[in-house]
Ligand binder design. Structure first.
Ligand SMILES: *[C@@H]1O[C@H](CO)[C@@H](O)[C@H](O)[C@H]1NC(C)=O
Ligand SMILES: *[C@@H]1O[C@H](CO)[C@@H](O)[C@H](O)[C@H]1NC(C)=O
Ligand SMILES: *[C@@H]1O[C@H](CO)[C@@H](O)[C@H](O)[C@H]1NC(C)=O
Length: 592
């Protein structure tokens, strides 16, 4: 084909695309913003298709082997990713109802193709270095900042900050920190948050390919040193162990010789079960409710748009968990059919293995996505005005499901009386409930739906019970009573990820098991100030960007996102005494 005719062709396609743009954008302008977003997305696809058509045709012409279309396999996954991701966000279907999703407001930018201007370690370009990496996508999550906890005195605030995020402590995450403590604004900034979804070809997989518990070098799934080397093709040096090389080979589908990733072992090879496509979710200690929630759900959400009805799900050992709730939770995921979910006693030969261990611990996209999938699209934003239940999560009641003891509140009765009295006094129809419920919960999904739709506040000592706040709607008030000698971040980080109004009171341990005396007047003062209201210290999560004026240009004008925005105008840079300042740390009773 002459370059002249191909240029004419490209121009013709562009004229076609642009005229469709003009017509559709005309339409969009008289409809809601969301419709415009949908249309733009579709146009984007159309444009992409036009470009693909041109470039594919071009490659096709210059490729002498016409038996398979160029990059067919990569295109297959990239297209699946793009289509299903759009559908998840409620953007995929023009004729369907438009549902506004909280996860859509925090969606990552997904880079699916390696381009000449991309750093070589971004997922799409890793395919150049790892021979059996078929596809990689890089998820660029929008930066965000979260309100620091509400505190009860300044000294405890400093202790908490120093212990969790101080210069010589571990914070998010270990030595590969991705947080900035912005005390002036009273925020914790999560920046440069990234994920990688990777698809390896011809992997030998066994259950112990990935660590089932935390390892000190942080190379477990989600650890910041997480590696995929166990899935890489073993490149054999010439002259090295000829016999071993033969055993490591097998005829591939297209007749070409394909080599195993992983150590070849002739006996086992005969027993391998062949699986066309699988996704692995082996995360540390995932047999426990809290660690299934705070670890396994994250790769699950990050890769959900890549899972098809034929992808086998490899859940590690969680199906055999002693806590039946863990088995049950797998059934709550609507994108996975029960029949896809099987443990593997055998070693497997997986033709395509999806691995998503490089996923952030905390990002609103992943947190909202989980709630929307399990509880429905409205779950993150059940209005506070409809929620009337204050839960005290007790560690004092006899609870056989709890495996560890301690952290009881010694003056619990006094606390409960004071809260009941306050709620009665307020006369707003609010009521106190003590959980875990006295009767065994028969349907756990009903239980968490109840929490999601009714709870305005959840209070209690540090422990697994507070993990239930994973299911609470945005702006729910949360109080963690934390032993001063045992300060930790995970519950805070899991609370702010979906915008909960998190407070912490540091208390002296009265016993070696960290039993504590609650500070009743603090609890009552906090409830008076915050219960049933939006947090006094502003949006719990909000967008952060290097160029705040760009947020002013966009987010401020977008009603659906404006809840996640506070203007920095007038309080950005003026540090002189008496100038209008930023928020600072929030200490109850100390006006700022
Ligand atoms: C789009 O939405 C309509 C209405 O809800 C539904 O009938 C149709 O099946 C959907 N199409 C796709 C491709 O999901
Ligand atoms: C409760 O906390 C407040 C604020 O830190 C403190 O002033 C007060 O002495 C505490 N009360 C008790 C009984 O410890
Ligand atoms: C789940 O998989 C089974 C077996 O492949 C199939 O018969 C069934 O229709 C699937 N269910 C859904 C909801 O996709």
């Amino acid at each position: 084909m002459s370059s002249r005719s191909s240029r004419i062709r490209i121009e013709f396609i562009w004229i076609f695309v642009l005229s469709i743009c003009a017509v559709l954008l005309g339409f969009a302008s008289v409809r809601r913003y969301r419709h415009a977003a949908v249309l733009v997305l579709h146009l984007d696809q159309l444009e992409q298709k036009a470009l693909n058509l041109v470039s594919d045709t071009d490659q096709w012409m210059h490729n002498t082997d016409h038996s398979v279309s160029p990059n067919a396999k990569v295109e297959d996954l990239a297209t699946r990713s793009r289509t299903q991701f759009a559908a998840f966000l409620g953007l995929g279907n023009l004729s369907g109802p438009i549902i506004e999703l909280e996860s859509e407001k925090w969606k990552p930018l997904i880079l699916r193709h390696c381009t000449e201007d991309m750093p070589p370690y971004y997922a799409p370009c890793l395919t150049k270095f790892i021979p059996n990496l078929e596809y990689g996508e890089e998820l660029v999550y929008p930066d965000f900042e979260a309100a620091l906890p509400g505190f009860f005195n300044l000294q405890d605030a400093q202790t908490w900050l120093q212990t969790n995020y101080g210069p010589d402590t571990q914070g998010q995450t270990s030595s590969n920190k991705r947080v900035i403590v912005d005390q002036r604004q009273g925020r914790l900034v999560f920046t440069g948050v990234r994920g990688q979804n990777l698809a390896f070809r011809n992997v030998r997989f066994s259950e112990d390919s990935l660590a089932h518990s935390w390892v000190p070098d942080s190379s477990h799934c989600l650890g910041h040193m997480t590696s995929t080397a166990m899935f890489h093709l073993q490149q054999q040096q010439p002259g090295e162990k000829e016999g071993g090389k033969e055993e490591g080979k097998k005829n591939g589908k297209e007749g070409e010789m394909e080599q195993w990733a992983g150590e070849p072992s002739p006996q086992e090879e005969e027993d391998l079960e062949l699986v066309e496509e699988a996704a692995v979710y082996v995360t540390p200690d995932s047999e426990r409710y809290q660690h299934w929630l705070d670890h396994t759900t994250k790769p699950l959400m990050q890769s959900a748009h890549l899972i098809s009805g034929r992808t086998r799900i490899l859940p590690g050992s969680t199906l055999g968990s002693k806590q039946p709730i863990v088995r049950t939770m797998w059934d709550w995921l609507p994108h996975i059919n029960k029949s896809q979910l099987t443990g593997s006693d055998n070693n497997l030969h997986v033709r395509r293995l999806l691995v998503s261990c490089r996923v952030p611990y905390v990002h609103p996209y992943l947190f909202f996505r989980l709630q929307e999938m399990v509880l429905g699209a409205e779950a993150p934003r059940v209005p506070l005005s409809q929620r009337k239940v204050v839960i005290w999560y007790s560690r004092s009641a006899h609870d056989t499901s709890r495996q560890n003891h301690g952290r009881e509140i010694l003056n619990e009765a006094e606390v409960l009386t004071a809260i009941r009295h306050l709620l009665q006094e307020r006369g707003l129809g609010e009521r106190l409930e003590v959980h875990p419920p006295a009767e065994t919960v028969t349907d756990q999904l009903d239980y968490i739906k109840y929490l999601n739709r009714n709870v305005a506040a959840l209070l209690g000592p540090h422990g697994g019970g507070l993990c239930n706040f994973k299911w609470l709607a945005t702006n729910t008030l949360v109080l963690e009573l934390m032993p001063r000698s045992w300060i930790s971040t995970p519950l805070y980080e899991d609370a702010i990820g979906h915008g909960l109004n998190y407070w912490v009171d540091l208390l002296d341990s009265q016993t070696v098991q960290h039993n504590m005396m609650a500070n009743v007047s603090n609890i009552i003062a906090m409830l008076k100030a915050e219960l049933g209201k939006k947090p006094v210290r502003g949006p719990i999560i909000r967008y952060r960007y290097d160029w705040p004026a760009a947020l002013e240009d966009s987010i401020r004008r977008d009603k659906s996102r404006s809840a996640y925005f506070s203007s920095l105008n007038g309080k950005c840079c003026n540090n002189a005494p008496g100038d209008l300042g930023a928020e600072g740390l929030y200490v109850l009773g100390n006006p700022r």
